[in-house]
Design a protein. Sequence first.
Length: 540
Amino acid sequence: MNVFIGGAWPYANGSLHLGHISALLPGDIIARYYRLKGDSVLYVSGSDCNGTPIAIRSRQEGKEVRQIADYYHQEFEDCFTRLGFSFDFYTRTDDIEHHKAVQDIFLHLLSKDLIYRQNVEQSFCVCCDQFLPDRYVEGTCPHCSSEARGDQCDACSTILDPLELLNRRCKLCGNEPTIHNTEHLYFALSTFQQQLENLLSDKKLTWRDNAISLTKRYLNEGLQNRAVSRDLKVGVPIPIEGFEDKKVYVWIDAVSGYLSASMKWSQENNEEWEPFWKGNDIKSYYIHGKDNIPFHTIIWPALLMGLGGLNIPTHIISSEYLTLERKKISTSREYAVWIPDLLSQYDPDSIRYYVTINAPERRDADFSWREFVLSHNGELLGAFGNFINRTLKFIEKSFHGELPRGNCSQKVKEELKELYVSIGKGIEKGELKASLEELFEYIRAANKYFDETKPWQTYKEDINTCINTLYTCVQMIANLSNLLDPFLPFSTNRIREFLHLQEPTWSLIEVENVKVNHIVPLFERIDTTRIEEERRKLGL
């Protein structure tokens, strides 16, 4: 099986925050799982260095766009690495190969008459003396009366034209823009209405409910053709005479990155990219937040259909929104938990655990510092870490680190086999929260088994029973190092070091000739005073 996984590209105009990680972490969990199974995986993403957000940041700070992009791209790479993201390739949209790939896609669509010229009215700021890209226009959404950008309303997920906004204003200077005529290029999105309706009825698709419902809504409203060129200084130049000063609109630029990244990975690693994009034996996962749904379920599939011969997304893993202490995350008001700060103080597996167990998979979720600290102390330290530590320290202390071979019941082995199947199915469907909950239910049961069999007592009264208990617990631990590896790669790697195990796999293993030494706790307790300290940083 060939598995393609594409993680949405964060804008390189500011640090990553918890909302980004909440939406993107499922991609790494899924990629790690399929690799353990032995499938071929191509997991790509990158930094979005084009478009309006970074241009605005550049203007605000008085720096060159490249300076801003370089800084945050490097920070993103560092954060993703420290969090254990296992990208096969992480790139950026200002890369020359990406520009070339986007232009090739553009020209291919043009050759099929799917891109055409059209005179349109566009917002123009007299004060700034420039046409305004969609995101440079802000105002009131005509559908839900919320504050919105000119391209999309985050509150009701409606795709907008900036001229639809009420109370329009220029994001740069705050003045009301005028309307001027200009010429742009448009993509004939409406011609794919029926094909996309047919796609949505395909029973083989594994799209989350929010992706399906929003896509149905857009299709029921009827697809409109969309501009593919914009008056921007930053981005991919339009490769057509007369349009050299315009750039490819970011919605076609960014999603094309999945394909361009695959091609560049192919070049740099002497591998073939086509097996992940062409053929029947392929699963393709797209990982992103709710606000990116239409770009992955309508725009990107339509572009792929227009190109022809490339696989359509089979799995859409689209997260709902994450709030912070019951309030909306706001980067403009600095109300966020920034990932560089979080990583400087907390274990990456603690972050991965809480973000997954508290994931906004089916509904909005809230990040609470209290719950983060208590879940670490209670589940990671108190349940998982405690089971590992009490078992292996007992062997180290009472058996000088060398446990004789014992017997592990067939019942325990069957339970573990069933766990591989159950967790695997859950991960493949993107039900990561439930899968992790199931694994921690097993961990609690394992602790209960240790308590009920009382090895500290049988060590004195019935040494063989004691050995069998500890041997069974070691089998549980060894297999948990496999089963939890997609979720908690750092702590599972330490377990394998304790037990001198080789690389993880997705099948039942049995450990013999157990030798352990220098066992240290997997996790340290977080002082609960940190809860209020962190809340104070947010002004709470």
